[in-house]
Design a protein around this ligand. Sequence first.
Ligand code: NAD
Length: 345
Amino acid sequence: MGMKTEHRTVQLDQAGLDRVIRVGVLGFGGLGQAAARMLAPKQEMRLVAAADREGYAYAAEGLNPDACIATYRSRGTLGYLEQNGVLSPNSIEALMQQADRVDGYFLALPNLPNTFMADVARRFIASGWQGVLVDALKRTSAVEQLLVLRDELQAAGITYLTGCGATPGLLTAAAALAAQSYAEVHSVKITFGVGIANWEAYRATIREDIAHLPGFTVDRAQQMTDAEVEALLDQTNGILALENMEHADDIMLELAGICGRDRVTVGGVVDTRNPKKPLSTNVQITGRTFEGKISTHTFTLGDETSMAANVCGPAFGYLKAGLSLHRRGIYGLLTAAEVMPQFVR
Ligand code: NAD
């Protein structure tokens, strides 16, 4: 027995940890920069590639996250990074051509238009690259576009994990776990509170949230100028209150066989002028046990944890899990509700 256990441990280590995982981050705004900072102290992962709209940086031996962030903030693009920066209007393609040694990418890109992430996935498929892709997509319709690519991802040797942020992501996975107590899941209710000091730090997140307000669409929110976004936020004192959002937690829980998508609801409050959360982010999972009792499990995030911590942490946890699947020959499309994330040391 002892021998067997030991052997299994070694196999698992070989599947995921025989060397440092080389990570790329596409999109270097609020989440992309937080992702770079999060990777800095990690032993198992190293930032080797990053891209924004106007340029990219690549170094197989590793990029300095602080230098990347400083360059992006002072000059507007990673393309000006000393030694490793390249200016390019097609930064993702250009990076793909140059970066031959990236194990996995976190796609911290805006999904504007709503087809953008699926387009990026198609470009990876066409490039011949093999590895792990992880996104923090939010809309059900965006995840549906990736589902169409399932077979192509599989054939290309790409393990794509979708919906791996906070919601969808951490909270969806918590719902999948909580469901195990029940014979039938009646409802999954996600309520999030986000506090950020200023909306400019997360422009895409805020635009995509505005797109959920009554009377708005993704296209309309994408076309709004920064001044128009500010004018809208002025009217609401910086608060966005969101109800019955089109959030992919529903399709992810349905695909995982946990409950129909009509039983999943998502809403929340975003304060764009105060880093303090306006309410505690939580998911309530109500169901019936095998004995016939109706009960509710509640999973509440600590108020001190930021959106960035709750998105980027799971994203890399799923990237690590995705890599161990990839090394075992498991490709295609998976969601955060199907796979357990692995803790990145
Ligand atoms: P942001 O606006 O702060 O930054 C976007 C970055 O992407 C910028 O660096 C920009 O230069 C870059 N970019 C834009 N177009 C590009 C292109 N064509 N090629 C290369 N780079 C490009 O964005 P953000 O607020 O960090 O949000 C990123 C995404 O994360 C959004 O889609 C948002 O909805 C999502 N998000 C998900 C969750 C979740 O819990 N699932 C939570 C928050 C945000």
